[in-house]
Design a protein around this ligand. Structure first.
Ligand SMILES: NC(=O)C1=CN([C@@H]2O[C@H](COP(=O)(O)OP(=O)(O)OC[C@H]3O[C@@H](n4cnc5c(N)ncnc54)[C@H](OP(=O)(O)O)[C@@H]3O)[C@@H](O)[C@H]2O)C=CC1
Ligand SMILES: O=C(O)[C@@H]1CCC=N1
Length: 247
């Protein structure tokens, strides 16, 4: 996630590649990053990376956030962005020198590597200007939305875990296609483009899924047979349960 964010920032228009510093204790991923982004500075020292930084993005696993954040001894004027799912502002405040420092919680999804993320952002002790800046920064990597912290867990299930559920649908539909004699690669493209088309219909026209479903569903036709089978087999219920389980 950290690597994808660094790449996205470097590709974007708001931060110069030479202003980005990426830290990782092992060298492998840093070397990979340098191949395409030679102007990014890399280091194996987190403390070196944050010295003089305006914005610090913490993108380690949630169970490493406390030790890494404590090690950094961030200054009050720096902006902390935590990507860790499930780590609250209250927890983060205990790990920094100044609990009142400006902080963001930020949850992208893996499509950030394609500049197509749905990125959730919550803020604490930040100015409107800082919020707008961070929103604009991540709007360049897909779509970014500022939400209250208490909606973060639910929104993470929808947008960040949710991308795995959509991929699971693609995989399942492919399996069906293969059973019906379609070659796997063709099936993958057919389903993936259909999913992209469905998302584009909704996003471009600001319509409701039920409106778009209605357009596909010919009375007495074949789509309604499949849709009703999805209901009989508990598709809607399974999706709701999965989303709630991923909070
Ligand atoms: N994956 C996802 O879809 C999403 C993840 N997140 C959050 O993003 C965070 C990172 O997850 P993810 O990218 O999946 O995990 P990864 O394990 O892929 O990335 C974590 C990175 O942190 C590096 N690392 C380990 N220890 C340190 C350290 N002490 N200092 C600096 N870097 C270190 C790791 O290096 P190495 O590999 O060399 O050990 C690795 O490159 C998590 O907190 C997760 O909750 C949020 C939204 C979505
Ligand atoms: O599964 C996880 O914990 C991470 C956080 C959100 C998406 N992936």
């Amino acid at each position: 996630m950290g690597g994808s964010i660094a790449r996205g920032l470097a590709k974007g228009s708001m931060i110069s590649e030479s202003d980005i510093i990426v830290s990782n204790p092992s060298r492998g991923k840093l070397k990979e990053l340098k191949v395409n982004f030679p102007m990014i500075t890399t280091t194996q020292s987190n403390t070196d990376a944050v010295a003089g930084a305006d914005i610090v993005i913490l993108s380690v696993k949630p169970w490493l956030i406390e030790s890494v954040a404590r090690e950094l001894k961030l200054k009050s004027k720096q902006i902390l962005i935590s990507v860790a799912a499930g780590i609250s502002f209250e927890q983060l405040a205990h790990y920094v020198v100044d609990p009142e420092m400006p902080m963001f919680r930020l949850i992208p999804n893996t499509a950030i590597s394609e500049q197509e993320s749905m990125t959730l952002i919550a803020s604490r002790n930040t100015t409107n200007e800082q919020e707008l800046f961070i929103l604009s920064l991540f709007n360049e990597m897909g779509m970014a939305m500022l939400i209250p912290e208490d909606k973060m867990e639910a929104a993470t299930a929808l947008a960040s875990c949710g991308i795995a559920f959509v991929l699971k649908y693609i995989q399942a539909a492919m399996q069906a296609g293969i059973e019906m004699g379609i070659r796997p690669k063709d099936a993958m493209q057919m389903v993936a483009q259909s999913v992209k088309g469905a998302a584009t219909l909704i996003l471009n026209n600001d319509t409701h899924p039920s409106v778009e479903i209605d357009k596909v569903t010919t009375p007495g036709g074949i789509t309604i047979k499949g849709l009703n089978e999805l209901e009989h087999t508990g598709f809607t219920s399974a999706v709701i349960k999965a989303m709630k389980e991923s909070r």
